[in-house]
Write a protein that binds this ligand. Structure first.
Ligand code: CA2
Length: 144
């Protein structure tokens, strides 16, 4: 049976590779998706990959994961620091969760130092660039 992992990306991550390469690298979100699929396939994992600039859409995908996925990787982007609905949805769905940040949020402005999602994540990968996503796929495989 194929196992599916859900990989979610929050607001503005559709701009990856197009702006601010000093902060977020030069790869695009499409590159990230391809890399994740490449790491996931030999582990027997299918990848369901999405990006949205809308909190409610991200929450909808999280709720659907209850039926469709065995674990979740999420870069909530700016919603990490503001959303209560996203961690509530993650708690309700009760699947293993890895939170990813491309940049080291602790080396940036103080408003980025706290993520509401971290409290409901099994683990957090932060500051390792785009490689954080593929590392998260391997880590999630260990948890499921
Ligand atoms: O480091 C990360 O992955 C962040 O989640 C990225 C968010 C930021 O609000 C978090 O504090 C840390 C911002 C994503 C914006 O992505 C862009 C990508 C390219 C160009 C402009 C924005």
């Amino acid at each position: 049976m194929t196992r599916t992992i859900l990989i979610l990306n929050g607001p503005n991550l559709n701009l990856l590779g197009m702006r601010e390469p000093n902060l977020y690298g030069s790869g695009t979100l499409e590159d990230v998706e391809k890399d994740c699929r490449q790491v996931a396939a030999p582990l027997g994992l299918e990848v369901d990959f999405h990006q949205s600039n809308h909190e409610g859409e991200l929450i909808g995908w999280i709720q659907d994961a209850r039926e469709n996925a065995v674990g979740i990787i999420i870069n909530p982007a700016a919603y990490s620091h503001t959303s209560i609905g996203i961690p509530d949805a993650l708690r309700a769905v009760d699947l293993p969760v890895i939170e990813v940040h491309i940049s080291n949020i602790f080396a940036r402005e103080s408003f980025r130092h706290h993520s509401h999602v971290s409290a409901v994540a099994n683990g957090v990968i932060c500051g390792l660039g785009l490689a954080g996503y593929t590392l998260a796929v391997s880590a999630l495989n260990e948890l499921i």
